[in-house]
Design a protein around this ligand. Structure first.
Ligand code: VGL
Ligand code: ZN
Length: 202
């Protein structure tokens, strides 16, 4: 068992990011068994869930003439447009059925405001509106984070970089992550995480 100042953060292991889902990540489901095993080693386990209202502003379907994976300018910056995914209460928003959710101490839901997306588990995409996760971890005395989940180049990357910026020691277990890889976004994400001081481990 890891010390109590270590936490495991499991990002968005949800049906829509797994094969057959609305925004499927290749082999997204291949990491579930390994994550279940890793949870046993941690005293603090947090799961995140992408959790959008219907008609969320990150959905291409809300932007006439736009297709998924194109971008638009939002008040908070450039936003990639996605297929409708992880709609609150839907099957796609549910955790992968094999993911062990009982060991989780906290489930944090993000992206629930229609006008703003939230890739990171710590801040929405304006990089300033907090989700509350930092406070939860700090009040428990957590200092080190291990991160796994989906998708490496979006929600995992933004979570890991924010965590490092906040002063947590962050390790990404890459074998327990899978990426979307839009136009080289996976390589860019790995470089950006390294620059931010995130340790990339197998
Ligand atoms: C994610 C795109 C849109 C993710 C969430 O979990 O990486 N990516 N919403
Ligand atoms: Zn989303």
């Amino acid at each position: 068992m890891q010390a109590t100042d270590d936490a495991l953060i499991v990002i968005d292991v949800q049906n829509d990011f797994c094969p057959g889902g609305a925004l499927a990540v290749e082999d997204g489901d291949a990491i579930v068994a390994g994550i279940n095993a890793l949870m046993e080693e941690f005293a603090v386990v947090v799961l995140t869930q992408d959790w959008h209202p219907p008609r969320h502003s990150s959905f291409a379907s809300e932007h006439p003439g736009k297709s998924p994976f194109e971008t638009v300018e939002m008040p908070y910056g450039t936003q990639v447009l996605w297929p409708d995914h992880c709609v609150q209460g839907s099957h796609g928003a549910a955790f992968h059925p094999d993911l062990h959710t009982d060991p989780a101490h906290l489930i944090i839901r993000k992206g629930h405001r229609r006008a703003i997306d939230s890739y990171s588990a710590f801040f929405e995409n304006d990089h300033s509106t907090p989700t509350g996760l930092e406070g939860y971890l700090r009040t428990l005395g957590v200092e080190r984070l291990t991160m796994v989940g989906l998708a490496t180049d979006f929600c995992v990357q933004f979570s890991a970089r924010d965590a490092a910026k906040l002063g947590f020691a962050v390790t990404l277990r890459e074998s327990l992550c899978r990426g979307i890889d839009l136009d080289g976004s996976l390589a860019a994400a790995r470089a950006a995480m390294r620059d931010a001081g995130v340790a990339l481990a197998d």
